[in-house]
Design a protein. Structure first.
Length: 198
């Protein structure tokens, strides 16, 4: 029996060939998948928050892919590897490495030159990386953890609360988040800044 997944608004479907990358054969439902992914993500967060990082380390393809692999590597064979298919979100798969390099260079410039306040740097980075959609799945959770890493490790502030709800489930918190992301897509960041600390 294969993995049967139902998607809610804003979630990226996993292609059939990507489903073959599932490392735990007993998983057959979305709730089981969420449970195993959440356990893996919590392990990644423990690893992250027990360490120190510099901006030149964080804003690299290697670091970004390593964080995704730590978040999903126990569940998915493709964790930490750029997607090989185009999705309903994100840029063309072949443009990912260049777009990510531009984002990392921009973010390093923002930090070194104080272009934006700390929270704005973290949230702008989160928004741009999720817009690129580097990986087959888990981009939203990965981008929020990257925002948390930036705000805590580079600026010594508390990680964001991101609405303090489960964004993997349909509901008001997820709707507010998706509206904030769509506003940021149009250059209006205020709702996403507010959501990050709500």
């Amino acid at each position: 029996m294969g993995l049967e997944l139902d998607y809610i608004n804003g979630q990226t479907p996993i292609d059939e060939d990507e489903k073959e990358g599932l490392l735990i054969e007993t998983i057959t439902t979305k709730s089981e998948l969420n449970e195993f992914e959440q356990q893996n993500i919590e392990e990644a967060m423990q690893w992250v928050f027990g360490r120190k990082f510099k901006a030149k380390e964080i804003f690299t393809e290697k670091f970004i892919c390593n964080i995704h692999k730590r978040m999903y590597g126990d569940v998915w064979a493709w964790a930490g590897k750029f997607r090989k298919t185009d999705k309903n979100l994100g840029i063309d798969k072949y443009q990912i490495p260049v777009a990510l390099k531009v984002l990392c260079d921009d973010a390093l410039f923002w930090v070194e030159n104080g272009t934006y306040p700390p929270e704005e740097i973290a949230v702008r980075f989160k928004h741009r990386i999720v817009s690129i959609h580097c990986f087959p799945n888990g981009n939203g959770r990965h981008s929020r953890l990257m925002g948390d890493i930036i705000i805590e490790k580079l600026f010594g502030q508390e990680p964001f609360t991101w609405g303090a709800g489960n964004l993997s489930k349909a509901g008001d918190t997820r709707s507010t988040y998706l509206h904030a992301v769509k506003a940021a897509d149009q250059g209006e960041y205020a709702p996403l800044f507010a959501f990050a600390r709500s």
